[in-house]
Structure formats: C-alpha cells, structure tokens
Ligand binder design. Sequence first.
Ligand code: KG4
Ligand code: ZN
Length: 344
Amino acid sequence: MIEETEKEIKILAIESSCDETAAAVVVNGRKVLSNVISSQIDIHKLYGGVVPEIASRKHIEKVTQVIDEALKEAGVTLDDIDAVGVTYGPGLVGALLVGVSAAKALAYAAKKPLVGVHHIEGHISANYITHPELEPPFLCMVVSGGHTHLTYVKDYGKYEIIGKTRDDAAGEAFDKVARAIGLGYPGGPKIQKLALEGNKDAIAFPRAKIADAEYDFSFSGVKSAVLNYINQCEMKGEEVNRADVAASFQESVVDVIVTHTIHAAKALGINKVALAGGVASNTALRSGMDEAAKKAGFTLYYPEPILCTDNAAMIGAAAYYEYIAGNTSGLDLNAVPNLKIGER
Ligand code: KG4
Ligand code: ZN
C-alpha cells in the first residue's frame, strides 16, 4: 500500500471502450492536467449507432495522437508518469484492444506499472474529480448507453450492485426512442432538447416494476409503449406531438431512476447519492434527483457534463485508487468485453 500523501502520483489514462478515443493525465485521482477526447460520433451517426469494426479502426488511427496530446497538454513526459491506466472492459472487444495494446506498449517501453480499469468504476470515479471532498461510502446510479447499475460504493475499489437493468440500458432507451421519433444519434441530448418544448404529463408512459427485485430496471416496456403510441396515432390519422412524446418518455425514465435510487439509499441508510455516465448529464434527471435528494435530506453529487460522457480522466481517477491499493496488472492484461464490476 502506497501512502496517499507521500507524493504526487501522476497517471496517464487511456479509454477506448466504445466510440471515444481518449487520454488524460490525472494527479492523485482528483486533479486533471489534461483530458483529450476524440469523438467518432460524426461517423457513427451516419449508421444510426456505433459500428464496432469502424470504431476499432478509428481508435487505431487516433490513439497515438491523442496520447501525445494528453502528455503535451499536461506538460509532462512519460518519465514523469507513475503508472499507465487503461479501460480493459466492459465494451467492444476490438475497441478495447486498441487502448489495452497501446497502454501495454507504453508501460513496457517506459518501465511503468500498468493498471487495468473497469469502465463503470471509471464513470463512478468521475465524481471524485468534480467533488474533491467526496469519499465512500455512497450510492451511485450509473446510467450510460450500455449500463444501468445502481451501485453501492462501499470503499475505493469496493462495489456492490444493488440493481441493474433487465433489458435496455437507460441511454439505449433514449437512443431508440429518439430514432422512433426521427431524431438522430445519439438520442439523449436530442430528446432532452425537444422535451423542453413538450408537456411531460401529456402521455402516461409506464414505469416498469420488477416483482422479485425492487431495485432492478426495465426500459424495454417504455420504449415499446412509445412505439405503440406512435403507431396508434398514425392509424387514427392523428399527428404525433413529438415534443410531448419526448417530454413524457424522459419523465418516465427520470421518475424510475430517481425513485429507485432514493428508495435504495433509504433502505441502506446511506445519505450520499451520486449520478454517473452519459445520461447523468440529462438536465431533467439532475433536477429530479436534486429535488428528491433535498426532500430526503441527502447530499447529491454528479460530475460535470464533460466527465459524464466517456473520457479518460475518469479512468485516471479510478486507476489511482487501484494503484495505491497495489492492484497493478501484468503485461498479459487482455480486453474483457463482459467484465463484471468489482472483478479483477
Ligand atoms: O457514458 P456514455 O458516454 O457511453 C457509454 O458508456 O455508454 O453514454 C452515452 C449515452 C448515450 O446513450 C446517450 O444518448 C446518452 O448517454 N446521453 C444522454 C444525454 N447525454 C448523453 N441521455 C439523456 N440525456 C442527455 N443529456
Ligand atoms: Zn461509458
């Protein structure tokens, strides 16, 4: 175990699990010296979603340049770095492999320790950057394009999943509903914008409950309800009010997320609640959670928007806590597309 206060520990972190090629330099898990993100969204939106093969190829083209930029912007060289952190799962295998291979090559060449990081642990750790005072234990609702995990953060690097989605992730539901009402990819920000012009109480979309697991989620029902609603309007020759659909759909997702999180925090006796992941930048979710947390007497944390979406600074924050706990990886580290949280 390395003493936290002994010296400044600088991590060079790399993230390539989906459609963002990212590198960052983070000091002591909390201070960001650089956070470079090269997004592939403009390419994937031509296809309405992420195309894995294209993602891997684009990562290969960008990864070296992004790492160089991150070091340059931070004003450091590889010699100044204490360890190389990298996302090794979950995610798209070909995409993950690019970051993992780059990190292994750098760690080997510069003789620096390598730290494999779980992508979701990264999303959670983004909160440590925005809120330097935040320490575990707390409850974190991770809502992204691929994940919906209500996570009990017991300590640094110690997680317990309290609830998760049985089908679509929250962000995936936003993306699919956006496509159904003719908005492009990624759908979340577009639904949020259109919802501002609509009435959230106009259509009563369902809030799914799972009988045997009260903190689990299901978003495929609300997605189907939106599709049915649109079909029915078309059959009756009625015009679909897309803004009302966006606002009412968003409200049903926000309602379920807020209710489950507050309910679980009360049951666990935790008064610190956090949000993380791409959907955590949703303004309706933030204000809904703000209101509910205030009412319950909880303190609410969420990362600034740039740290909600996929980035490498969050991987640097998570890697720091693994590094000081002595959890480094061998050069045989592999990409694990379905990596479970808390596994190493
Ligand atoms: O965390 P993230 O960047 O990537 C994954 O790890 O999946 O999350 C991307 C997801 C997409 O589904 C996107 O539509 C959603 O986050 N998203 C939002 C918002 N911004 C991004 N969903 C709702 N409201 C937003 N403002
Ligand atoms: Zn993510």
